[in-house]
Design a protein around this ligand. Structure first.
Ligand code: NAD
Length: 478
């Protein structure tokens, strides 16, 4: 299967004639070839987006909302296909691909259609004048996404970007191109005006970098690793592009001794290991109050070991494979670092799987105790099925540990004392905190991080604001 770029309403081969391999995380087999695009392909895609901009941006919000709904309807009819492609390309369990990836990809388009339709008139009256604020498109947007939630994150950017009247060039992760291709086919089938959405496959250096630095790109929405985000920020800043960066995380789950232990254990297992721990919001540092430390660990390990790891297409599978051999090596390296730092591996190792999976990227969920809270494994993003557990005694100590990392994306607090939960939440330097739950998403709320976890917020009205330029028109009326 050869995947193609989508430029100006046409599926096209890369100018270079070169291709990259897309490999199955579960088996190591080749799934597809994708274009190894370069600046020539990027130039064509940006040019197509620039040409489509005047007509697209002159449509009404209602018109554009109706296009978003058409995309949602068509995507919904491919619900199962989205889940299957995503599971195959990422190695995640099919049940998760259905519940999270397919569900949210459709919902993102519907949600932003609704929001855009509801944008009202914004006026500020003065004694002698009226201010009217309007929201204009920014221009051509570069949308760059990672491999962990491929269509979920791409649709989270495409919907508000084109909804607000911009045209876009997408650059999905080279490791998970399948559902990005499905979205382009969907857009093509419904007859979205050509050039409004373009997509160029390829790696970061060949395709991502020339896209970010392109002089006709006015905004960059990037989701990925912190070190890549820093390169992207430098490149975008010199030409004053509007920039949103959703980057890495190292999130704490803070467990107080007054929590509902049964629900907490379930919630913290989910937050530690969903998608094999490859979610930026995952709670990979677990802080447990001393009185329940031993009891929590006993119950936690039982739940972790009960998870079924293996065939991603099996309905009963809880954990799949890691995205690539390189990523597996990174995770393994961190486990070695943990051992050298004095950590005790409470559970881990490798799953025993059939011959079919011998070349896949498999590792069992790993729980490490006895590490210092300053240790590398406790403070650096591993982005895999590895959690560290630490003991704390007081509220302030938990806050200090949670804040003791360069990241500030998310976290969760588990307690029956909601006043304490909220007080602690406000003291944590992150963009998002859940109390007695995790990844409970309302699409209207701000999403994003502080410190090395990013710049800016997306979600709800924050997305609409990022993907537009506010303009004030002041009319003197006396
Ligand atoms: P990555 O930074 O390696 O790649 C992300 C995207 O950037 C890919 O499409 C890649 O090809 C592209 N890219 C790479 N170099 C580039 C360059 N120089 N210029 C432009 N584009 C370039 O990240 P990844 O490994 O795909 O994803 C994992 C990371 O993403 C983790 O750190 C995770 O925490 C983070 N993430 C963050 C969020 C969030 O919302 N904060 C969500 C998901 C993932």
């Amino acid at each position: 299967m050869n995947i193609l770029n989508y430029i100006s309403g046409k599926f096209v081969e890369p100018e270079s004639g070169e291709w990259l391999e897309d490999l199955s995380p579960a088996t190591g087999e080749k799934i597809a070839l994708i274009p190894k695009s370069n600046h020539h392909d990027i130039n064509k895609a940006v040019d197509a987006a620039r040409k489509a901009l005047p007509a697209w941006s002159s449509l009404t919000n209602l018109d554009r909302a109706s296009w978003l709904n058409k995309i949602a309807d068509k995507l919904e009819s491919k619900y199962e296909e989205i889940a299957e492609l995503e599971s195959k390309d990422t190695g995640k369990p099919i049940s998760l691909a259905r519940e999270v990836d397919a569900y949210r990809s459709v919902k993102n388009f519907r949600f932003f259609a609704e929001m855009i339709r509801d944008i009202g008139v914004e006026k500020y009256e003065m004694e002698d004048a009226t201010n009217r604020v309007i929201y204009k498109p920014v221009g051509v947007g570069a949308l760059i996404t990672p491999w962990n939630l491929p269509l979920y994150l791409l649709s989270w950017k495409v919907a508000p970007a084109i909804g607000m009247g911009n045209t876009v060039v997408c650059k999905p992760s080279e490791m998970t191109p399948l559902t990005a291709d499905l979205l382009m086919k969907t857009i093509d089938e419904i007859g979205l005006p050509k050039g409004v959405v373009n997509l160029v496959h390829g790696d970061g250096i060949g395709a991502g970098s020339p896209l970010v630095s392109h002089q006709d790109v006015s905004l960059v929405s990037f989701t990925g690793g912190t070190s890549t985000g820093s390169i992207v920020a430098k490149s975008a800043a010199s030409s004053f592009k509007k920039l949103s960066l959703e980057l890495g995380g190292k999130n704490s789950s803070i467990i107080f001794d007054d929590c509902d232990l049964k629900n907490t254990v379930k919630g913290v297992v989910r937050s530690g290991f969903l998608n094999q721990g490859q979610v930026c919001l995952c709670g990979s540092r677990i802080l447990v109050q001393e009185d329940i430390y031993d009891e929590f660990i006993d119950k936690f390990i039982i739940e972790v070991e009960a998870m079924k790891i293996g065939d991603p297409s099996d309905e009963n599978t809880n954990l799949g494979a890691l995205i690539s051999p390189e990523h597996l090596s990174k995770v393994e390296e961190y486990i070695e670092i943990a051992k050298s730092e004095g950590g005790t591996i409470l559970t881990g190792g490798y799953p025993s799987l059939s011959e079919k999976y011998k070349n896949g990227n498999w590792i069992s969920p790993t729980v490490i105790a006895d590490l210092d809270v300053d240790s590398r494994c406790s403070t650096e993003e591993i982005f895999g099925p590895v959690v560290t557990i630490h003991k704390f005694s007081t509220e302030n100590e938990a806050i200090d540990i949670a804040n003791n990392t360069r990241y500030g994306l998310a976290g969760s607090i588990w307690t029956s004392d909601l006043e304490k939960g909220n007080r602690v939440a406000e003291s944590i330097h992150t963009g998002m905190i859940w109390i007695n739950t995790w990844l409970h998403r309302d699409l209207r709320v701000p999403f994003g991080g502080v410190k090395d976890s990013g710049v800016g917020r997306e979600g709800g009205k924050w997305s609409l604001s990022f993907f537009s330029e506010a303009m004030n028109i002041c009319t003197k009326n006396k």
